[in-house]
Design a protein around this ligand. Sequence first.
Ligand code: C2E
Ligand code: MG
Ligand code: MG
Ligand code: MG
Length: 281
Amino acid sequence: EAKQAGGGTFRRYHAGMTARGAERNELAAALRTAIVEEQLVLHYQPVVTLPEGRITGVEALVRWQHPERGLLGPGAFVAAAEQTGVIVGMGRWVLRTAVRQMAAWIAEYGVAAPATVSVNASPRQLQESSFADDVAAALRDHDVPAQRLTVEVTESTAVGGGATQDNLRALRAMGVRLSLDDFGTGASTLSLLADLQVDQIKLDRSFVPVPGPDAIAAAVVQLAAAFGIEAVAEGVEEARQAARLTEMGYRRAQGYHFARPMPATEVSARLSAPPVTAAVS
Ligand code: C2E
Ligand code: MG
Ligand code: MG
Ligand code: MG
């Protein structure tokens, strides 16, 4: 459908350009402006230990404070950003912002800071030849150890072309942690898991049980153990799910039951003050 443009006129489309394509391009142009005008924000969702519920990491999740439409979640713009390539600039912003925030938490909270900040990376970003260099530069500029950054990719992103394999190799060599997101929903194979040498897998929330069959959740935590990989259960919304996952052997979880994605200041409020060091006599 043709969208009504300002001044009551209708936008004309080039022959062959679909209305959807035009809408997507408009969204992409607006997103480019949004990056420059600092309308993007990161919310951070805690990843906690089971059974204690202590914050061990945070996942950065992008939002767009749109001037007219309010706070938009990634569902409203990440696909368009991916299809138009705007994701590359957006991803760079996300990376630098998350790493800068991590540096601030380390400086302020010391050992009580989250152990790692996770950033989502899309197929297009991994295909970009500069991706690993951008990561290295962000870590260097903010003096954050590589081990305190986790890059989350899906299984289909991990098998991508372009510079994907070089980037994954370079990230591993640097010591950046790799996580397989939405695990179980993609084309997982055991050989992929063996080849990728990821540090973490995130069980997709569609497999988080209760009530109902939970054989997959149980199998995944054992698979992770066999590979020496950390398993995180995503989308944990209820106490009884957390209890069941703990029974299965999960030691990490994320979900509304523990905490929703929140602004950095709210994460800070939940971090305990650094322990008082013993006075030297
Ligand atoms: P994801 O990486 O799998 O992130 C988890 C999503 O699940 C988040 O949605 C989070 O808010 C939501 N979630 C967390 N706990 C629960 C729960 O208990 N129940 C339910 N129903 N949902 C829960 P969000 O923030 O809307 O992000 C959606 C997806 O957008 C992300 O999925 C990720 O694939 C993508 N995304 C987010 N931020 C970025 C980014 O900076 N760059 C890229 N490339 N993609 C991003
Ligand atoms: Mg993720
Ligand atoms: Mg996920
Ligand atoms: Mg997801």
